[in-house]
Design a protein around this ligand. Structure first.
Ligand code: IVH
Length: 682
């Protein structure tokens, strides 16, 4: 292999491995086995050893932080991370209180805290600087997730005030419900499957290997335990308040209670009030406040004797599974939906629950007629968490996933390694509807006047078949159109007749959409895996639809941030003559097919001719935004440091190897602040 071939091979392997990591950790849909992954990784490692200059700054082989690694380092906890005994009953709380009183007497107080429903972490500070964050793991050792934890804005990288030299704090990482909903909306819009609840998505995010993706998912953290040498002889409550003074996030809902009655009051208040919080809690934690008394009470093998968790009743109901129906989405993905005998849960009537995919159905072993348990946590749609096997009809049979599309009867396909079944027929009505709805959605062409089921009416009346048909609509076709709108159950809600005004608005909305920029148009096409960010990257890189249509797989793959899965999907989309024809029609109607001068134009020339390596984690911008700034100011992003590099733009946590290399080659290192000043983006 000559050096040029080696470079190409390294580039290719790096891109492929990044992509496999993305599939594995972000999409949770791996397309190769772990063994195959390791073989590719070894191949890359060997090549990088031979040709170190070609190694990418965020190569999957070396990057601990900033990018992707296959595994986290395991770290032993200095003090084991125990869990809590928990109970759902007030009687058991009375028993707990009596056990405590027997050992330490009656002169003590409790603290009561919210029990955050997230993911436990131990975070170590040395001289006030965050040095490590480790998951609970098995309680003795956990995963080093420092890089991801550094993206949590509420956790300071540096403490202030009179902090101890060595300090470990423990707390819970969680995601606010709003952030979770937004994340899921974006996932659904991109054709990805949504997360079940905020806890799962917080846990998934903390264990994720893709920093750019972690950054997009705002996590929060609250500290509930402070461990350091000088803490002896104090109270838990004071230690939390002190930690708050150093800049650490603690909950303002923590209270001191003198009696069990006060504890019970706290529980009752929060059981009622918990829905008003912006995040999920699953109970209350009760702790003996005095740290000396805690020591006196000691521990059982698994949990402290000085604390207990009171868990709120999970909102679970049991009901009958009547039928399983199947929904076809925009991308053709088929979702099984459990139709249930209506049941009350958290004040709403539940009639349906998602069964996600064939694997979930099989794992649950659900059968028509079963008594099933439905839960509603942070989920958008309730889910079935189990089946009452004992009460099942012995003659029942496992529910089989359908083989043909319920809407168009095409035979379904299931790609190797994917959880979802797909309807391969592009003319399948819900797919047509879904594609047009995506096209007009706010983040795409934003044609508001077509909302509220109007697309459905147009599709049903045969007026539109793909997005380009919208631009052929005429007033006379619209006026007088009518349809009875139904709710999810097929019950009629109201009758809509298009009047003059509605029709005018539609025509105007469609006309105005011709002003949307090329990146919006591209996103609106609904190419699988092309979300808003990817659409913007592609638009900026190729500038015009023609360039993009003519791009080779290799050209697509060569773009940073775009791996084999996305590039494959984009490439395939533009090979399909039906899509090309539709794009041709959009073009002939005057829809934007390239970025306007001003959108791709340079903001300044301050970086013209400069080769810049961007590394690490930034606070004001994401890594992609920083890279865009580099290009917009005339600079060129390069991936590895060489003597040709003009400077390294270093965020937090730049790898030590890179730092060494930059120092050795005497390449200047700029901070985010230096850079912002340089380009005048203040
Ligand atoms: S104290 C040795 N306080 O609940 C006791 N835990 O079921 C350490 N949790 O592993 C835990 N909120 O992940 C404590 N205010 C709180 C908590 C809390 C949530 C979690 C934590 C713990 C689990 C135990």
């Amino acid at each position: 292999m000559n050096p040029e071939e080696a470079r190409q091979k390294i580039d290719k392997l790096t891109a492929d491995l990044r992509d496999h990591n993305y599939r594995y950790y972000v999409l949770a849909e791996p397309v190769i086995s772990d063994k195959e992954f390791d073989l590719l990784l070894k191949e890359l490692e060997a090549l990088e050893k031979e040709y170190p200059d070609f190694q990418h700054i965020d190569s999957p082989t070396v990057v601990v932080g900033g990018g992707i690694t296959k595994e986290f380092e395991t770290i032993q906890h200095a003090v084991p991370m125990l869990s809590l005994g928990n109970t759902y009953s007030e009687q058991e709380l009375i028993d707990f209180d009596q056990r405590v009183r027997k050992i330490i007497g009656d002169d003590f107080e409790y603290t009561t805290e919210l029990k955050f429903d997230g993911f436990a972490l131990g975070i170590t500070y040395e001289n006030g600087t965050m040095v490590r964050a480790v998951t609970r793991g098995d309680g003795t050792s956990g995963d080093d997730v420092t890089t991801n934890v550094r993206t949590i804005r509420s956790l300071p990288q540096q403490l202030t005030g009179d902090f101890p030299i060595k300090l470990e704090v423990r707390g819970e990482v969680f995601m606010h419900r709003k952030a979770f909903d937004k994340l899921n909306r974006d996932r659904i819009a991109n054709g990805d499957s949504p997360f079940a609840n905020p806890r799962n998505s917080a846990a998934g995010t903390i264990k994720m290997q893709e920093q750019d993706e972690v950054r997009k998912r705002p996590l929060d953290c609250v500290i509930y335990s402070v461990i350091h040498e000088d803490n002896r002889g104090r109270t838990h409550y004071d230690s939390l308040m002190e930690a708050s003074g150093w800049g650490l996030p603690v909950s303002s809902e923590t209270k001191k209670c003198r009696s069990l009655n006060e504890v019970m009051d706290y529980i009752h208040v929060w059981d009622k009030k918990r829905k008003s919080l912006s995040y999920d809690i699953d109970g209350v934690v009760i702790k003996v406040n005095d740290l000396n008394l805690q020591e006196e009470l000691g521990y059982t093998a698994k949990s402290p004797r000085w604390a207990i968790a009171y868990k709120f009743e999970t909102e679970r109901a049991s009901t009958r599974l009547l039928e399983i129906t199947y929904q076809v989405g925009r991308t053709g993905a088929v979702t099984p939906v459990a139709n249930l005998e209506p049941v009350q849960l958290l004040g709403t009537t539940v009639k349906r629950a998602s069964l996600h995919n064939a694997d979930v159905m099989k794992d649950l072993d659900v059968r028509i007629g079963d008594l099933v348990y439905v839960e509603k946590g942070g989920e958008i749609i309730p889910k079935i968490v189990g089946v009452d096997i004992d009460s099942r009809d012995p003659n029942s049979r496992p529910a089989e996933f359908i083989t043909h599309c319920p809407e168009c009867r095409f035979e379904l396909i299931r790609n190797e390694g994917e959880a979802a079944h797909y309807c391969p027929n592009p003319d399948c009505p819900p797919q047509i509807r879904g594609r047009i709805e995506h096209f007009i959605s706010r983040k795409a062409m934003d044609i508001e006047s077509l909302g509220e089921g109007k697309v459905d009416i147009l599709v049903q009346n045969g007026l539109i078949h793909d997005p380009s048909d919208l631009y052929d609509l005429k007033m006379e076709q619209l006026i007088g159109l009518e349809k009875v709108l139904t709710d999810d159950d097929g019950e009629p809600v109201r009758k809509v007749t298009f009047q003059q005004k509605t029709s005018e608005n539609i025509i105007r909305g469609v006309e105005e959409s011709k002003g949307r920029t090329f990146d919006k148009v591209l996103y609106g096409l609904g190419i699988r895996h092309v979300g808003e960010t990817v659409a913007r990257t592609l638009a900026q890189h190729f500038v015009s639809m023609d360039n993009l249509i003519n791009a080779s797989r290799e050209e697509l793959e060569a773009i940073n941030e775009i791996g084999t899965v996305i590039s494959g999907s984009v490439y395939t989309y533009f090979q399909d003559p039906v899509n090309l024809e539709m794009i041709g029609s959009l073009r002939s109607h005057g829809v934007q097919m390239k970025l306007e001068e001003t959108e791709s134009e340079l903001i300044s020339n301050v970086l013209t001719g400069k080769k810049i390596v961007v590394s690490g984690v930034f606070s004001r911008f994401s890594r992609n935004e920083i890279k865009d700034l580099v290009t917009n100011h005339g600079g060129k992003n390069v991936s590895s440091i060489s003597s040709q590099t003009d400077f390294v733009l270093a965020g937090e946590n730049m790898g030590p190897a890179k730092l060494d290399k930059a120092n050795k080659l005497e390449i200047p290192i700029l901070s985010e602040e230096d850079f912002i000043k340089m380009i005048g983006a203040e």
